[in-house]
Design a protein. Structure first.
Ligand SMILES: [Ca+2]
Length: 133
């Protein structure tokens, strides 16, 4: 991914569904993965709101490599690796629960849409390079 997005010239579209099959999305500009760090320059649009850290390089964290800015281990709390800052917000790599009872902070989370404990039915991250579009 870094080879196609390393000039911060990609867009990121996060598409998600909840458990009543409502579909929503968040669209970002200036997306890149630099080494293993995430960079996103701007939230462009989308009914799901903004759940990513903007304009900062964020190192990737896993449960055994805590690189987040929190005193906690965000990857452990959220059930999977991600570019965490202070936990909360987004966790696309959490556990997949077969239904939602709104009690799973370690599920698939996009906080600015359904909150910090609602594990979503689906989430896709779509990346495209916009330099030559
Ligand atoms: Ca930490």
């Amino acid at each position: 991914m870094s080879s196609i997005c390393n000039a911060r010239d990609c867009e990121l579209l996060v598409v998600m569904t909840d458990w009543v099959d409502v579909r929503s999305a968040s669209h970002y500009g200036g997306f890149s993965v630099e080494g293993t760090d995430l960079y996103v320059s701007s939230f462009l649009s989308g009914n799901s709101g903004d759940s990513l850290p903007l304009t900062v390089l964020v190192p990737f964290s896993t449960f055994d490599a805590d690189n987040d800015a929190s005193g906690s281990n965000c990857a452990s709390i959220h059930g999977g690796g991600w570019w965490y800052t202070n936990c909360g917000d987004a966790s696309p790599n959490g556990y997949y629960y077969p239904s939602n009872d709104n009690m799973h902070s370690d599920g698939i989370i996009w906080q600015s849409w359904q909150g910090a404990t609602y594990s979503l039915k689906s989430m896709e991250l779509r990346v495209r390079n916009t330099a030559n579009v």
